[in-house]
Design a protein around this ligand. Sequence first.
Ligand code: ZN
Length: 164
Amino acid sequence: MNRFIVAALLLSVLCLVPAAGARAQWLPTGALKAVPVVRDCNETSGDVAVSRRNPPAVYLCPIVVKLIRKNYPGAEHFYFVHEFGHLALDTSDEAEADCWAAKTLARAPNGGRYLRAVIELLRQRPDERSPRYGTPGERAERIRFCAEEERANALATVPASRHR
Ligand SMILES: [Zn+2]
């Protein structure tokens, strides 16, 4: 299937979800716009989303997206942005992709909603350590920290006359 059709279908599905319908979601820009997004649970092996860097592609599992959305609406969008973090930075490092996604969402319209949802989800997870992500609690803290840092930077770069 043509990747633009896949992207259009994905977008229409995301927009049909009532909770997300009225709220803008982050969309890839620049070079990331050309990255195909493929809905295929086999490719994600039970995970919500994965990315491959050579050639760049993001894979989403609609079943897992739906499950996450049911309990923590908006958290699924963080995982989507996280995969673009791997591609934007050309890294397999999970902490770097998390931080990129946190900063990107901190700047995006309604981004705070998605960040709050994923932080809440991670804080509910059992405290098991993963070699790639650390514990879910550590991951939540990393996302919160990176988003805060970005917000502080954004405030610092606003011209003084615009401070109220
Ligand atoms: Zn990752």
